[in-house]
Design a protein around this ligand. Structure first.
Ligand code: DX5
Ligand code: ZN
Length: 217
């Protein structure tokens, strides 16, 4: 079954909590967007120690759009992130991340931007079992999905059928079925949920689009 996770991209604590309150009842793990203003031009409000308190009882993952994620990844895991996603374009120390987080290596995923070819990560597929294919160039919510992601998903799945593929950016009810059909296991949706007048109805439509059954929330 394809999972749908709500993305939270916020600039201050008030916006963060407003978005969390809109989607927390959906019963899905939250995808927290973390931006440093260096790896991407935008910045987000997401201090891991504060989030640990605010999100008590709510599972969350951290999408690190930051330079040198080898420093931040272990902190997020220590602060309760169920999964940490780092960008292959942001570091040359992918194996260090795996070593630094030791047994939690299973909880790490590699993200790749639309311009980054699959060949950039093939040598990492023995260590990392989860890959996040970006549907947009990271930085902002609400951008259109880039179809290059579909080719990359299919390529990754044919290289490693057991790989878990997440897709982030530009996911909407209209394209979710195509993305799932290409081989995605997890779809991350920001504006399609947090900006929808009824997020519960929106997640049902997304789940229906990818799984073909009318799943409740
Ligand atoms: C993009 C972020 C995404 C984004 C998704 O930089 O990593 O998680 O918040 O938002 P939508 O679904 O609106 O593209
Ligand atoms: Zn994200």
């Amino acid at each position: 079954m394809v999972e749908i996770l709500p993305a939270i991209l916020a600039h201050d604590e008030a916006e963060f909590m407003k978005k969390v309150e809109r989607v927390r009842a959906l019963g899905a793990m939250l995808h927290i967007d973390v931006m440093d203003g260096i790896f991407v031009k935008n910045t987000t409000w997401a201090p891991p120690d504060r989030l640990r308190l605010l999100l008590e009882g709510v599972p969350f993952e951290a999408h690190l759009m930051v330079s040198n994620p080898e420093h931040a990844a272990p902190i997020w895991l220590a602060c309760g992130a169920a999964r940490v996603i780092f960008h292959v374009e942001a570091t040359t120390k992918e194996s260090l991340i795996c070593r630094a987080t030791a047994e939690e290596c299973e909880n790490l995923a590699i993200a790749m931007n639309p311009d980054t070819p699959v060949s950039r990560i093939t040598h990492l597929l023995d260590s990392f079992k989860q890959v996040m294919v970006m549907g947009v160039t990271p930085g902002w919510s609400g951008q259109p999905f880039q179809d290059i992601a579909l080719e990359k998903i299919a390529m990754l799945k044919s290289l490693r059928p057991s790989i878990r593929i997440m897709v982030d950016g530009g996911v909407k009810t209209e394209n979710a079925a195509r993305i799932a059909a290409a081989g995605a296991d997890v779809l991350i949706a920001g504006s399609a949920l947090t900006e929808h007048p009824d997020p519960a109805e929106a997640i049902v439509s997304l789940r229906h689009a990818v799984n073909g059954t009318n799943f409740g929330v």
